[in-house]
Design a binder for this molecule. Structure first.
Ligand SMILES: [Zn+2]
Length: 325
């Protein structure tokens, strides 16, 4: 089994400490009427320097969930992967309704056509780059409900998961909407064990996390280090949730990340950077009673299992075809 990175397939055994929900380049301010995001810096040297903080502390792999409409650029991410030596995995799919790019024509396509596009990016490549996606997501909802367009994308993600085996990872920030997304994925044939419900730390609801786990999916606590006073204020409580879920025996369904997506997250500009989980979160969990085995399960074994897939045939070996748009 391999992990599909922007520089090609990598044997799973070579993947070490992984951040499963991050962004390299991102342009979150493109949505009409929204001017409140600082956005990510468009400077490769600074991003390479910031990511270096993660690698010097033992970081091996990072999942970049930037999708079309918010600045996805796999060729530039591949350059960053070359310069940092990091294994970087790219996502496929569409983010959440206000960010769906007009050219994606979500309202005018069938679920199957959207699923075909995701499958194509996983099996053949993103556009003409020859770079394959290694995960579906982040698949999101804007509010605490799933809009009609978002339902179409969720159903397509479920079908693409069933067809390719690639994991789905979500953006689910308001209420228990992650469970509604999970229902849609599963209704289309997805395996809940290959679904990651993201942003669970924003909800601050241990019962919700337990329900996601009982349904077979994984829970991602991925807002560590965010400057947002709301999530920063919840961090100690989130660590207590993780410790409780570890005591309940759920280490194999927990993931840790930081969702770095803007200049405010970068160390150079006063943020916590890409190494906050290593520097602050893991020591706090160990102090609270987590074991080294727990940490390895959450940061190495779980990402390996969720990112692993079969090697795909070389692009030139595939029959000619074209992506459905
Ligand atoms: Zn994100």
């Amino acid at each position: 089994m391999v992990v599909q990175t922007v520089l090609g397939p990598v044997p799973v055994s070579e993947i070490g400490f992984t951040l499963p929900h991050e962004h390299v380049y991102a342009k979150l301010w493109l949505i009409p009427g929204r001017y409140d995001y600082a956005g990510q810096i468009d400077n490769e040297d600074i991003l390479v320097e910031e990511l270096g903080e993660f690698t010097v502390r033992g970081g091996s792999c990072l999942v970049d969930l930037t999708l079309p409409g918010i600045g996805r650029d796999p060729l530039r991410v591949a350059d960053v992967a070359r310069r940092t030596g990091l294994h970087i995995v790219a996502g496929t799919g569409f983010y959440r309704e206000p960010y769906y790019p007009p050219e994606a024509r979500i309202d005018r396509r069938t679920v199957e056509s959207i699923a075909d596009e995701m499958v194509w990016e996983i099996e053949v490549g993103i556009g003409k780059t020859g770079i394959r996606a290694g995960i579906i997501g982040e698949i999101g909802t804007e509010k605490s409900w799933v809009s009609a367009q978002e339902e179409r994308v969720c159903r397509a993600a479920g079908r693409a998961q069933a067809r390719t085996g690639a994991a789905i990872t979500t953006h689910s920030v308001l209420g228990r909407v992650g469970l509604d997304q999970l229902d849609l994925f599963v209704a289309e044939g997805a395996d809940p064990r290959r679904v990651i419900i993201g942003h669970c730390d924003w909800i601050a609801d241990l019962d919700y996390c337990q329900t996601v786990i009982d349904r077979g999916a994984s829970v991602a606590f991925d807002a560590f280090g965010h400057p947002d006073p709301y999530t920063r204020g919840l961090e100690n409580m989130v660590c207590e949730f993780i410790l409780e879920l570890l005591r309940r025996g759920h280490a194999s369904q927990l993931l840790l990340s930081q969702d770095v997506c803007g200049v405010v997250n970068l160390k150079r500009f006063g943020g916590a950077g890409y190494s906050y989980v290593q520097e602050r979160v893991i020591p706090q969990l160990l102090e609270g009673g987590a074991t080294e085995d727990h940490i390895r399960t959450m940061t190495v074994e779980n990402p390996r299992r969720l990112l692993a897939g079969p090697p795909r045939p070389p692009i030139g070996a595939r029959p000619a075809g074209r992506a459905t748009l």
